[in-house]
Write a protein that binds this ligand. Sequence first.
Ligand SMILES: [Zn+2]
Length: 344
Amino acid sequence: MKELLKKLSEAPGVSGHENTIKQIIIGEIKNVVDDIKEDSMGNLITTKKGLGKFKVMIAAHMDEIGFMVKYIDDKGFISFETIGGFDPRSLGSQRVKIHSSKKDITGVIGLKPPHITPQEEKDKALKLEDLRIDVGLGTKEEVELLGIKPGDPITRDISFSELGKENIVSCKSFDNRAGCAVLIEILKKIKKQDYTLYGVFTTQEEVGLRGAKTAAYGIDIDFAIIIDSTAGGPLPKTEADKVTISLGKGPSIDLMDRGFILSEKVKEILLKAAKESEIPYQTHISSGSTDGAAVHITKEGIPTAVISIPSKYIHSTVEIVDLNDLDSTLKLTMKSLEIAKNIL
Ligand SMILES: [Zn+2]
């Protein structure tokens, strides 16, 4: 799981520009699924056919938050727009990659040295409009020669790293490459199942659950599990009721978020799965939302569960996850499918 997560989380794939990450995912799963197709939103819909009538979907969004080139000024500094939810305070002083039509170019979101920054400016929170990307060139023309133009996607340039323990790792984009890694491992692991499984990698979740809306509509399913990432702790100087789940204690069975309330019936399935297989889990009420919000009200309604992997410092430059939580997510998802097909 670790090598796979490294490969997925270092890859670029901002919402609406998921092609590179999608090709990596296809490379991983093409030999273990019966069918692969894409819909017009770019969702990757894979099928593993089974003998029985029961049909399930496991979905994970493959897009990540990032940026887009907005304007290049005469001195070659690049203004940019955010794609997905960032706190602007987290943006300064980092390297990014601009994906132009010609090649990938590294740039720096630079901060002025403290020596020349007046105190009142230091005390103010950073705003997006104060920041520029510097690719080390002096004129607009030179920047344009690299192929950089408005609309080019930009990703954070962060490499994967192990922290204090071998199961604790950090990178950008664990939201939701961690979920993608788990879904890929499930597709590799499940063999000769008695239900049809759709493994769906959705697009544009971070900008309003856009891909999931068409993905769930295009297939007929009896049950859906969404695997996503959510804010985990403990975080320094943060009250326990702000971040209620912790790394290393298993995935979260999401009870409610801004667009979804877990049904009693589906809750029963997940709790039974966790209990029977002794899988650690937590429960969580999220102030965000996931593809589950779009999927559970598709067509005449689809019984849906959202299982979230706790990730520290989510939606900032660099996140932390515990690989044991990914393993528990895999086990909980697979066991829940077994139980759901006998109950639903
Ligand atoms: Zn997410």
